[in-house]
Design a protein around this ligand. Structure first.
Ligand SMILES: NC(=O)c1ccc[n+]([C@@H]2O[C@H](COP(=O)([O-])OP(=O)(O)OC[C@H]3O[C@@H](n4cnc5c(N)ncnc54)[C@H](OP(=O)(O)O)[C@@H]3O)[C@@H](O)[C@H]2O)c1
Length: 351
C-alpha cells in the first residue's frame, strides 16, 4: 500500500464509472485502490487485460497489474468499497457487502430510495448521513450503504438546493439532453444515436422526480420527509460523449429578483467546501453570463468536472425563472460523487 493511504475496493471496476474512479484515485491523497472486482468474464485476469480502458489519460501501470477478483465480500481487504454495478446486481451485492462490514458507496439506483439509506450530494444534504445509524449492520460491524444520485438528478439538485434554501421551491420542470456515456459501455448503438436524439431513457424521469425530493428533504426522527415541490422531467439521450445538459424552469415560494436568484446560485457553498475535501470544487455552482453556454464539450470539466454550470438565467413565462444547467455525468454524476461521499464520511469520522 502506498504510504499510509486507506485501501479501497471497486465493484464493477472495469466499467465506465469504475474506470473514472480509478483515474480519480490515481493521485488521491487519502485513498488507494487495493481490490478490484468485476464479472466472471474478468475475474482472474490482470486489470489491464480485463478492462477495455476508454479514458484519454493512460491506465496507471500499478492498476493494470492488479488482479480482478470475483465480486464477493470474502477476500475483499478494503473497508471502503465503491460500487459501480448495474442496479439488478447491486440490489443483491451491495447489501451483502454492507452486511459483511464494508462501507459501500454506491452509484446504482438499487438502494437509493430505501428509507434507511442516505442519498447524498455532500453540498446539499450531508446531515442525511445520520440515516446510516438506522442500518442494522452499522452498530454490529460498521457496515453500511450510502448512495449518490442518478447522473441527471445531480446537476438539477445542485442548482435547486440554493434556491430551495433562499426562496423555497414550489415546482420544477426539467428537460434533459443526456450524454451517451451515461448508458455505460458500449451503451447506445452508434446507429441509433449518431445524428439522432432519443426521447426515452428507461426509468430516468421517475428517478429524477423522486430523488430530488429525497435529497432536498428534511431529516426527521421518522426518517427523510421529502421536499414538497413537484418535479416534472423529460429525459432525452443525445449524441454527446460526456456531460448532461438540462433546461430547467422553476417556480419559487417567495418572490425573488433575477439578481437575487443569480446571487443565491453563485454564493452556494456546502460542507465539502467548509471541510476543504480533496475532490470538492471551490464553488459547486458556477454561473455564466455567456449567451450560448454552458455546452457539454466546453464546460463539462469545470471545477475538475465537479461543478454544476448554470447559464441563461432568465424569466420564465410559465413558472418564475428558467436556466440551463450542465454537469459531468461520470464525474459529478457518478465517480466523483461517490468519491466526495467517501471523503465526507471520512472527514466526519464515520469510516
Ligand atoms: N455511466 C454513468 O454516467 C453513470 C452515472 C451515474 C450512475 N451510473 C450507474 O453506475 C452503475 C455502473 O454504470 P457503468 O456506466 O459503469 O456500467 P458499465 O460500463 O456497464 O460497467 C458495469 C460493470 O459491472 C461489471 N459486471 C457486470 N456483470 C457483473 C457480474 N455479474 N458480477 C460482477 N460485476 C459485473 C462489469 O464487469 P465486466 O467488465 O467484467 O463485464 C463492469 O465492471 C450503474 O448502476 C449505472 O446506472 C452510471
Amino acid at each position: 500500500m502506498r504510504g499510509d493511504k486507506t485501501p479501497v475496493g471497486i465493484l464493477g471496476a472495469t466499467g465506465v464509472v469504475g474506470q473514472r474512479l480509478l483515474a480519480l484515485l490515481d493521485r488521491h491523497p487519502w485513498f488507494e485502490p487495493a481490490w478490484l472486482a468485476a464479472s466472471d468474464r474478468s475475474a482472474g485476469k490482470a486489470y489491464g487485460e480485463a478492462a477495455r480502458w476508454r479514458l484519454s489519460t493512460p491506465l496507471p501501470e500499478r492498476f493494470a497489474r492488479l488482479p480482478v477478483s470475483a465480486a464477493e465480500p470474502a477476500g475483499c481487504p478494503a473497508k471502503i468499497v465503491f460500487a459501480a454495478l448495474d442496479a439488478a446486481l447491486a440490489r443483491e451485492l451491495e447489501p451483502a457487502f454492507a452486511a459483511a462490514g464494508h462501507a459501500v458507496i454506491s452509484n446504482s439506483s438499487a438502494l437509493r430510495m430505501q428509507a434507511d439509506v442516505p442519498l447524498v450530494v455532500p453540498e446539499c444534504n450531508p446531515d442525511h448521513l445520520a440515516l446510516l445509524e438506522r442500518q442494522p449492520s452499522y452498530a454490529r460491524n460498521g457496515g453500511f450503504a450510502v448512495t449518490n444520485p442518478n447522473c441527471s438528478t445531480v446537476g438539477l439538485v445542485m442548482a435547486l438546493a440554493p434556491l430551495e434554501r433562499a426562496f423555497g421551491i414550489e415546482s420544477v420542470f426539467a428537460v434533459t439532453l443526456q450524454a451517451v456515456s451515461g448508458a455505460g459501455y458500449p451503451g447506445v448503438a452508434s446507429l441509433d444515436i449518431l445524428g439522432n436524439a432519443i426521447p426515452y431513457i428507461a426509468n430516468e424521469e421517475e428517478k429524477m422526480e423522486v430523488e430530488a425530493q429525497k435529497i432536498l428533504g428534511r431529516l426527521t426522527a421518522g426518517g427523510i420527509e421529502p421536499a414538497d415541490f413537484r418535479v416534472s422531467a423529460h429525459c432525452n439521450r443525445v449524441g454527446v460523449v460526456d456531460g448532461h445538459l438540462e433546461s430547467v424552469s422553476v417556480k419559487l415560494k417567495r418572490r425573488a429578483t433575477q439578481a437575487e436568484v443569480a446571487e443565491a446560485l453563485r454564493g452556494f457553498r456546502g460542507r465539502p467546501q467548509e471541510l476543504e475535501l480533496p475532490s470538492a470544487p471551490a464553488a459547486p455552482v458556477l454561473v455564466t453570463e455567456a449567451a450560448d453556454r454552458p455546452q457539454p464539450r466546453l464546460d463539462s470539466e469545470a471545477g475538475g468536472g465537479m461543478a454544476a454550470v448554470v447559464g441563461r438565467l432568465r424569466r420564465c413565462a410559465l413558472l418564475d425563472y428558467k436556466f440551463s444547467v450542465l454537469s459531468h455525468n461520470t464525474l459529478r454524476g457518478a465517480a466523483g460523487a461517490a468519491l466526495l461521499n467517501a471523503e465526507l464520511l471520512r472527514a466526519e469520522g464515520r469510516i
